[in-house]
Design a protein around this ligand. Structure first.
Ligand code: GCV
Length: 666
């Protein structure tokens, strides 16, 4: 059996049952709407679980002085198709919205406000999404495994079959409660059976799954294989300019959308890490994307094309190539050449979801192309859901980064929403961290990242702290004591993790393939373009304009700052610079001393996490307490391993001692 994460409705013994659990005023014409019905189902469920009451429905407007929840749909253009307004006046609560999704979202929010104790007389809340598309990408394979999954197996697929059951329905509820409105269900690395998702073998099952998620206002998407015309269509090529290929996709898409009309579109990883793409035929990424976009345009489909394109067959001896530059080089010249139903999906940094990277220079530089920003919720490089690493602070930094491409204040958040450049599609997407573990995310605290992503994608101005508070109260219980301790743990976790692993933007230094645990040279003499190039006197790749030239991909204002070691944010200094161990940083310490300090401090501070958790013991269910505690114990031990390996390695390389003599292993 599985749990309900932040939708756990605990019995409320000490509070009076609010009116919205008792009487609902709603016109009968809205009751046949499946999305509105999902909202009412949720209210019913919450009322039963919290107060053991169910509501009566009145198909009319309330009379003066009547109490209850009044659902009003339509005539609220200012709220768009997803926004809502909640107003409390003398015991009557009005939920106003323009369309059905507003009802669903408004009900979830109403429940949240009540459950977290934010409820007050004359409450007035208006919410309109800042991003039209708020999506999750699942890297689930059809055999049930999940690439970079740390919470069990897939609940979408098992043994080559698509699953639609109570668990998938509960997932849709969880996602709707955090405003997610799009989900890609399968891995971007489309192989074997997954290629067949666009064939009769799966279309009926896919349609059933799409209809289930549709009830929660969520559109499903699938990742497709660019080489499908060859692998399943018996063609000899998948050249996007070949007429046979074009026709094959046209007719295949007609079949797909006829059978699965609610499908949102396709996601494509092409010319990346062994996946096929237009480069094989000397075609551009735009030619590849547009060919597919045209095939799904008649059905209103969106074609999401990833920009994670780089050479993964690099020679580590070759200093002329810099992987960080690859995406910009491939896509920037194509700005303005993509069809209107194409959106480019760009990872937040130029490399690959490291604990800290600069913001991808493509974001903001491309002015005439739709863009989605891609985050990674699954903790591939941030502790694999064995360590606590609350990622919302990282995402906030990305969203608030100023590109300077239009003016002094343009921020990534307005670029990806489409606002800055008036794009017709925009939004934020992230790789999901869920699986079939009872608590969905393996580590209970990883739930905060999923919850936080949804809340942030809806409103990028939500603070990391307020999101953490809401999540904590909903998940563990509505008390001040739990909130204080858990939020403190979440608040310190990202910076902590960075300190004892790979600070200053150097990244990697993990064991190859599974990417868990320290291994400084794990990727150093390999083909992936992820080098630190440490020797006895210095470390880092010079990515300045005098080095690989990567900084030239930014607006001159950022380029100048990143080029200068003194102006470059210290936490990114080793991303941009090659630095001698003895060079003094802005904080007055030498590089190596700072490195030692970061690691030893991180290793010490991590102990506080377990202490704080222990303080919460009396408020938390035993089994939850234990499963988190077990992981915290591991995190503490593993932080020591990181610290020891990463200090010893550089001590041995350089011979430079730690001025505080904290016991580097010789
Ligand atoms: C799904 C990284 C990960 C891969 C992932 C890839 C991507 O390289 O390690 O597992 O593939 O990113 O984002 O496509």
């Amino acid at each position: 059996m599985w749990e309900q994460a932040w939708l756990t409705y605990r019995p409320e013994k000490n509070r009076q049952c609010p009116v919205f659990f008792q009487t609902i005023f709603v016109k009968s014409e809205y009751l046949s709407d499946v999305v509105i019905q999902s909202g009412l189902d949720e209210l019913l469920r919450a009322g039963l679980e919290m107060y053991n009451v169910s509501f009566t429905i009145q198909n009319r407007d309330p009379e003066p002085l009547e109490l209850g929840l009044w659902i009003r749909v339509g005539g609220q253009d200012q709220l768009g198709n997803e926004g809502y307004e909640i107003l409390e006046k003398e015991g009557l609560i009005e939920l106003r919205c323009n369309e059905n999704k507003g009802v669903l979202y408004g009900i979830f929010r109403l429940l949240e406000i009540f459950r977290t104790g934010e409820w007050m007389e004359n409450l007035h809340v208006t919410e309109i999404p800042k991003n039209e598309h708020r999506m999750l990408n699942h890297w689930d394979n059809l055999d049930g495994s999940i690439e970079r999954g740390y919470a069990g197996n897939s609940f979408f697929f098992k043994n080559g079959q698509i699953l639609t059951d109570q668990r998938t329905l509960d997932y849709a509820r969880l996602l709707a409660s955090i405003y997610i409105n799009g989900v890609v269900i399968n891995n971007v690395n489309v192989k074997e059976d997954a290629t067949l998702l666009i064939t009769d073998k799966y279309l009926t099952e896919l349609d059933v799954l799409c209809s289930t998620f549709h009830r929660y206002g969520i559109k499903l998407f699938i990742s497709i294989n660019f080489a499908a015309p060859m692998e399943i269509g018996n063609l000899e090529t998948c050249d996007p300019n070949d007429e046979l290929v074009v026709n094959w996709w046209m007719s295949q898409c007609e079949k797909v959308f006829n059978k699965v009309p609610k499908l949102g579109g396709f996601l494509v990883k092409a010319d990346s890490e062994g996946r096929p793409g237009p480069f094989t035929y000397h075609r551009t990424q735009a030619e590849g994307a547009n060919m597919l976009a045209k095939a799904i345009a008649p059905y209103g489909g969106i074609l999401i094309w990833r920009c994670f394109v780089y050479n993964c067959q690099q020679d580590w001896r070759d200093y002329t190539l810099d992987r960080a530059k690859a995406s910009y080089e491939a896509f920037m010249p194509l700005d303005g050449l993509f069809d209107t139903n194409v959106v480019l999906q760009i990872k937040n940094g130029p490399m690959d979801f490291q604990v800290r990277e600069p913001v991808s220079p493509l974001l903001g530089a491309m002015k005439s192309t739709n863009q989605f920003l891609e985050f990674q919720i699954t903790q591939e490089y941030s502790g694999q859901q064995k360590h606590i690493c609350y990622l919302v602070p990282q995402w906030k930094e990305v969203l608030e980064f100023k590109t300077y491409h239009t003016d002094e204040n343009d921020q990534i958040k307005d670029i990806v929403s489409g606002k800055t450049y008036h794009r017709n599609i925009g939004g934020i997407t992230a790789v999901s961290n869920t699986g079939d573990e009872p608590n969905w995310t393996g580590h209970d605290f990883a739930g905060a990242n999923l919850f936080g992503f949804g809340k942030l994608a809806w409103d990028v101005d939500n603070s990391a702290e307020s999101i953490a508070q809401t999540w904590t109260r909903l998940t563990f219980g509505n008390t001040k004591e739990i909130e204080e301790n858990v939020c403190k743990m979440l608040g310190m976790s990202y910076r902590l993790y960075e300190k004892y692993t790979t600070p200053m933007g150097i990244g990697w230094m993990v064991n190859p393939n599974h990417h868990y645990g320290p291994n400084v040279d794990g990727y150093e003499y390999d083909r992936w373009g992820t080098y630190h190039r440490a020797n006895w006197e210095a470390i880092g790749v010079d990515r300045t304009s005098l080095g690989t030239g990567y900084t030239l991909q930014y607006h001159p204002k950022n380029q100048i700052a990143f080029d200068s070691l003194t102006q470059c944010p210290m936490e990114l200094s080793l991303f941009f610079h090659r630095i001698r161990y003895t060079t003094k940083l802005n904080n007055g310490k030498t590089l190596l001393q700072h490195w030692y300090d970061e690691h030893f401090e991180g290793m010490e501070e991590v102990k506080e996490l377990r202490e704080l958790w222990t303080l919460s013991k009396q408020y938390i269910d035993d089994y939850v307490f234990e499963r988190v505690d077990e992981r915290l114990k591991h995190q503490e031990e593993h932080a020591k391993q990181w610290c020891d390996v990463l200090t010893t390695y550089f001590y041995r390389k350089s011979g430079i001692v730690d001025v505080h003599h904290r016991g580097i292993v010789e």
